[in-house]
Design a protein around this ligand. Structure first.
Ligand code: SAM
Ligand code: SF4
Length: 337
């Protein structure tokens, strides 16, 4: 980070330096934990932020101390001209870390460009190595394309983190085979508690979640041996572990239990320009309205600072402040994960 870049702390003493930017709400898969099979209400195109609008907002946020941007969605590669957009993001002063979360279906042909752009890391969502289960979970038969992306990323030497959502009755038999990838390969495999952001159906509360982080760890240890905790970088959501004899690392993300809020350094910008200062809030600032209403940079900056200084202490507080406390009407595809 250039020395001149201010670091902004929120009202709970947490630095804000990481933006998760949803570049679209569209997706070419229909993972059942994220979206309904049919009848998805995509945001009309003109209501999505344009790349120009995103670049302007990232520029303003970089001036406030944001230095890391992760592109997500929806599926980022469904949006046209993603790679040229990334090249322009890289030119914003203060942004020194660009990464990407993708389902991998369309990604493989772009891997050489990602490498050229110096993309820091790619998170690849992969809940199973079994083709039939992949098709059932994502409602599309695309596992071979995803594996092609995985291989291309490894061959290019781009650090890969595999994200697997742990779903009761759906992919429990896959946890050990996925974790086994770390035996020979230099990858992180992270298991994520399922959250109720699926655009419609309901789920257990954190107390009754069938596969919470402790149970995931116990299951992995019963099959792989002890998980040895590794130091957690400040702001990380994953608890990382080493397994004796493995090259890569295993991680567990207590996304629904919310054990990591105390050091959360993330902001989220939804595809339609809503600012979220917590994954569990309902949006705290309509940045699209400000942009399209002609607000100058200074006014946007002031509104951002106000939002940062009024952050919920944790995901439970943010959830409680939602008017209807309903999480399940939202889809992760508009939030960006
Ligand atoms: N389409 C891209 C992908 O799947 O990687 C990026 C967007 S996706 C919404 C970002 C991440 O959110 C993925 O790793 C996905 O597994 C995770 N995710 C989606 N819905 C979830 C849920 N209900 N609970 C936990 N994680 C979820
Ligand atoms: Fe699409 Fe990613 Fe949601 Fe799956 S998790 S439906 S790939 S946005």
């Amino acid at each position: 980070m250039p020395l001149s870049t201010p670091v902004l702390f929120d009202n709970h003493g947490r630095p804000l330096e990481y933006l998760r930017l949803a570049v679209t709400d569209r997706c070419n898969l229909r993972c059942f934990y994220c979206m309904p099979a049919e009848g998805i209400q995509y945001v009309p195109k003109h209501e999505l932020l344009s790349y120009e609008e995103m670049l302007r907002l990232v520029g303003i946020m970089a001036g406030l101390g944001v230095r890391k941007v992760r592109l997500t969605g929806g599926e980022p590669f469904v949006r046209r001209d993603l790679v040229p957009f990334m090249a322009r993001l890289r030119e914003i002063a203060g942004i020194d870390d660009i990464s990407l979360t993708t389902n991998g279906v369309l990604t493989a042909p772009h891997v050489p460009e990602l490498k050229r752009l110096g993309i820091k890391a790619v998170n690849l969502s992969l809940d199973t190595l079994d083709r039939a289960r992949f098709a059932r979970i994502t409602r599309r038969d695309e596992l071979p394309a995803v594996m092609q992306t995985f291989e291309a990323l490894l061959a290019a030497g781009i650090p890969v983190k595999i994200n697997a959502v742990v779903m009761d009755g759906q992919n429990i038999e896959d946890l050990v085979p996925l974790a086994e990838l770390t035996r020979e390969l230099p990858v992180d495999v992270r298991f994520i508690e399922e959250m109720p952001f699926n655009g419609g159906s309901h789920l257990a509360t954190p107390d009754t979640l069938p596969w919470h982080h402790r149970r995931i760890r116990a299951h992995l240890e019963a099959n792989l041996g002890e998980l040895l905790p590794l130091p957690t970088p400040l702001g990380a959501t994953a608890a990382d572990y080493r397994v004796a004899g493995h090259v890569g690392r295993v991680g567990i993300i207590a996304a629904y239990s919310r054990t990591f809020c105390g050091t959360c350094n993330r902001l989220r910008l939804t595809a339609e320009g809503g600012l979220k200062t917590c994954l569990y809030d309902q949006g705290v600032l309509d940045l699209r309205a400000m942009l399209r209403g002609g607000a100058p940079d200074g006014e946007i900056e002031t509104a951002l600072i106000h939002a940062f200084r009024n952050r919920a202490a944790n995901g439970f507080e943010a959830e409680a402040a939602r008017p209807l406390h309903q999480l399940s009407f939202e889809s992760m595809s508009t939030i960006g994960g």
